[in-house]
Design a protein around this ligand. Structure first.
Ligand code: SAM
Length: 227
């Protein structure tokens, strides 16, 4: 998969050099391009924002640098999806991650300030599939953290990125429930015991216990998922 990111803070994405996604890049499973929006400005101050038409607090990201940055990425690209992180977008879920993991080319446009001039979304939508996506009902300072969260969730679903694909199947949200609690050695730690069924060697009983734990946890913490 090819991933391009447009941001005014390119170094934010240096962390994509490490861990599983770093390895995925080294092995060629993920190809990454990080683009500094200010490289597409033409004034001495490399200006990317201006005051909002109609008044109001804060600044809005100017359309011209965004237009040039997206032109540079999208010209000649093969059916990419452009994702603009936005608290006003559809909510990102495991299903969204699965959908986007099927794509060959994702482009993330990280907003700052009060957001990006609406015409950038409208113009991008005339030449590519565009999705405005929120990572939750709260407001961040910029799209970088949201982009990182989405890339991590999407990246681990790309075949070969996570060593054991079995571990992806058993996770929270994959079957609509939260994951069961996990334990490792020692069997007793600070007086706290591992549930005996996990030491029984009875795989059927372990599966049944885990499923019951999933239901119990989901009922307690996220009853909305059961409905
Ligand atoms: N004025 C905007 C609004 O009320 O919808 C919020 C702008 S926010 C301060 C600046 C940028 O942070 C947004 O353009 C977006 O890229 C990003 N952002 C903030 N919260 C987000 C969220 N929950 N999910 C995804 N992106 C978010």
């Amino acid at each position: 998969m090819r991933i391009d990111i447009v941001t005014i803070f390119p170094t934010f994405f240096d962390v994509l050099d490490i861990s599983l996604l770093g390895k995925a890049r080294q092995s060629g499973l993920i190809e990454l391009g990080v683009h500094d929006l200010r490289d597409f400005t033409h004034d001495r101050h490399r200006t990317v924002d201006d005051t909002p038409y109609g008044g109001g607090a804060g600044m809005v990201m100017k359309p011209e640098p965004w237009g040039e940055a997206l032109d540079a990425i999208l010209d000649g690209a093969d059916d990419p999806v452009v994702v603009f992180p936005s608290p006003a977008g559809e909510v990102f879920t495991q299903r969204t991650a699965r959908e986007l993991a099927q794509e060959q080319h994702l482009v993330f446009g990280c907003g700052r300030y009060e957001g990006i001039d609406q015409r950038v979304f409208d113009h991008a939508a005339s030449r590519a599939r565009v999705r405005l996506i929120s990572i939750g009902d709260y407001v961040l300072n910029g799209g970088e953290v949201a982009t990182m969260a989405m890339i991590e969730a999407i990246g681990r679903l790309i075949p070969g990125v996570v060593g054991n694909p079995e571990s992806l199947v058993q996770e929270s949200h994959e079957d609509g429930l939260l994951e069961y609690p996990s334990y490792t050695k020692p069997a007793v730690w600070r007086g706290l015991e591992v549930p005996p069924v996990l030491l029984s060697g009875n795989h059927g009983a372990v599966d049944a216990w885990r499923h019951e734990q999933q239901l119990e946890r989901t009922r307690a913490v996220r009853p909305d998922l059961l409905s």
